[in-house]
Write a new protein. Structure first.
Length: 310
C-alpha cells in the first residue's frame, strides 16, 4: 500500500493497517499504539467498555491523556483498534475441515467464543463493512469456505453475513447470561428457570397465545442451544440452494434493502406525529381487547355458576 493511498484512509483504519505516520514528538520508547490498545483491551475485558476512556488508559500507563492523543487521535479510533486486536485472525484449523458446511460451522463457533471472551465488542456500533486487517480476514475466511460452490459472489457474501450475524446474536444472548451469572451467582440453568418463572407471571394465554404455549412447553427453562439449531437450518437452506444451482435451477435474484421511504428519511414532523398517534391508537386497541377478553371471561364464569344447581 503506497503512502498516497494511506493518506486517503481514515486515521483509525490507517493505524490498523500500519500505514499511519508516527507521531513526531512524544515518549516514543515508552509509548506505542500497540501498548495503548493492549491496555484499553485489558480495561474492557476486566470492567466493560464503560471503563475505557483516554484518561483511564493514560492513567494505567502512567502518562497524561494528551500524550495518548499523539498516537491515537480519537476515542473512536481507539475502539476500532481494540476490536481489531480482540478479534485476531480466524484459526487455520477451519481450512482443514472437509466441505463448506463444516468450515462455516467452525467459523461460527469461533466467532461466538470471541464474543464470550470479549463481550464488550458487542457494545460497539456497526458502521459499515469491515475494512481493518483482522475483520477482513474473518470475512475472507467465510467467503473462502463457500468459494467452490456454484453460488456467485453476492450469494457467497449473503451466506457469510448470515452466519456472522447468527454468531453475533448468539454472543449477545450468551454474554448476557454470563453477566447475570457473575452478578447473581446463579448457573445458566437457574437463570433460565428464573426467566421462565417471570414469563409465567406476566404472559397470559388470551393475549399472547403462542408465547403462552411455548412457556408451558418449557422452552425458556431448556438448556438446548437455539442458535446452533438456527445456524444449522441456515446451512440446510444454503445446501438446498447450492444443490438447486447444481441441477440448473434459477438463481434467487437479490432483493432491495429494507429501508425507510424518502418522507421518513426527511424527518417530517407531521409524519412523526401521525405515526405516534397510530402507535398510541394500536396500544389503546390492544388494551381494550384485553379488557374485552377479561369481561367475557368473567361473564362466562358467572354464567357457569348460575347454571349450577343450588
Amino acid at each position: 500500500m503506497s503512502e498516497t493511498e494511506a493518506t486517503e484512509l481514515p486515521r483509525g483504519i490507517a493505524l490498523a493497517w500500519g500505514v499511519a505516520a508516527n507521531p513526531q514528538r512524544g515518549p516514543k520508547r515508552e509509548m506505542s499504539v500497540e501498548r495503548i490498545v493492549d491496555t484499553a483491551v485489558e480495561l474492557a475485558d476486566a470492567d466493560g467498555i464503560g471503563a475505557v476512556s483516554m484518561a483511564a488508559v493514560a492513567a494505567k500507563l502512567g502518562f497524561t491523556p494528551m500524550s495518548l492523543y499523539r498516537y491515537v487521535s480519537a476515542k473512536e479510533d481507539l475502539l476500532l483498534l481494540m476490536q481489531e486486536q480482540a478479534m485476531g485472525i480466524p484459526p487455520e484449523s477451519h481450512r482443514e475441515l472437509d466441505g463448506w458446511r463444516d468450515r462455516l460451522r467452525a467459523l461460527f463457533e469461533e466467532q461466538v467464543l470471541l464474543y464470550l471472551r470479549h463481550p464488550w465488542m458487542l457494545s460497539l456500533p456497526i458502521t459499515g463493512s469491515p475494512i481493518t486487517p483482522n475483520s477482513s480476514a474473518w470475512l475472507d475466511a467465510a467467503l473462502g469456505a463457500v468459494e467452490e460452490t456454484p453460488m456467485n459472489a453476492e450469494e457467497r457474501l449473503a451466506v457469510a453475513l448470515a452466519v456472522t450475524g447468527q454468531a453475533r446474536w448468539c454472543g449477545i444472548v450468551q454474554a448476557g447470561y454470563t453477566e447475570q451469572a457473575r452478578g447473581t451467582g446463579l448457573s445458566a440453568a437457574e437463570i433460565g428457570e428464573r426467566e421462565a418463572a417471570l414469563y409465567d407471571r406476566v404472559i397470559e394465554g388470551e393475549e399472547f397465545p403462542s408465547l403462552r404455549r411455548a412457556i408451558d412447553a418449557g422452552v425458556f427453562a431448556s438448556t438446548a442451544d437455539p442458535f446452533r439449531f438456527g445456524v444449522e437450518r441456515i446451512l440446510d437452506g444454503v445446501a438446498s440452494y447450492v444443490d438447486g444451482l447444481a441441477r440448473g435451477e434459477d438463481r434467487a435474484l437479490p432483493q432491495d434493502w429494507i429501508a425507510l421511504d424518502a418522507v421518513e428519511l426527511a424527518g417530517d414532523r407531521r409524519l412523526k406525529e401521525a405515526q405516534r398517534t397510530v402507535r398510541e391508537a394500536e396500544k389503546a386497541l390492544r388494551a381494550a381487547r384485553k379488557v374485552e377478553r377479561q369481561v367475557a371471561k368473567d361473564a362466562a364464569e358467572r354464567l357457569a355458576r348460575a347454571k349450577k344447581p343450588s
